[in-house]
Design a protein around this ligand. Sequence first.
Ligand SMILES: Nc1ncnc2c1ncn2[C@@H]1O[C@H](COP(=O)(O)OP(=O)(O)OP(=O)(O)O)[C@@H](O)[C@H]1O
Length: 269
Amino acid sequence: MQTEQTESEASEGVTEPILAVEEVTKTFGELLAVDNCSFEIEDGSITGLIGPNGAGKSTMFNVISGFYQPDSGTVRFNDEDITGLPPNEIAHKGLVRTFQITRDLTEMTVMENMMLTPKNQTGESMFRAVFDRGTIDRENDAIAERADELLELFQLDHLRDEFSGNLSGGQRKLLEMARMLMLEPDVMLLDEPMAGVNPTLENDIVERIEALNREEDVTFMIVEHDMGLVMDLCDRIVVMNEGTDLAAGPPSTIQNDERVLEAYLGGGS
Ligand SMILES: Nc1ncnc2c1ncn2[C@@H]1O[C@H](COP(=O)(O)OP(=O)(O)OP(=O)(O)O)[C@@H](O)[C@H]1O
């Protein structure tokens, strides 16, 4: 009994990294966009990735999610080396991302967009598509049910049959997050989720992120320029500067880190 207590006390507060970036470098010709950058993302955290303009944040997101091949270094997700895998494979493993500019298909309805991104569909196999209609129908029902639940969660259910091109910029951001959640991810990378979003919708997005983190155990990594929001929302912050990791820690530590202040002042952003 005594030993059990000690063990559980010892493990309390110790969280495994779900994502680890190890010595990643990415160049564009002569330009060193990411320079030997390393950091870890704790499972269950909401981590902010901040840094002055041009620090390499978007490039890092592109490397992690498979859109760019790094020149060197490793990306580990759930202890598996995922470096260089194609984006759809990484997404199906449970690591998804959103973009600064939303990527929904504007000529399709909100619901059709949702139905494009499900996980493990049997219908993808030609054999099953021909011989196993019953399973496919049941799967489609389950997928449609999840899509409806997510649309409700993101308060888009009244726009279910609307063309996504008719949604506001903020609503399209919500749709993109909802669409990515069809993959039941463990980790979501959000690239400037609040850019171009009005304050009411911004509050909605913050609430959705917090609820998904709390109730569905989704780990978030968020690039966001609004410092107040980052400090409020995130429990941990990674700071990049000139392509590399400059500091990492809780918001209270980062806010008072001289090197971080200097990077922002010196960076002219
Ligand atoms: N596809 C590309 N081709 C060439 N250079 C690029 C490319 N993408 C990014 N860069 C350069 O790499 C550097 C890092 O850019 P990146 O967009 O990753 O920074 P960031 O921290 O996301 O900046 P911001 O906060 O302004 O979005 C910059 O100098 C940028 O001009």
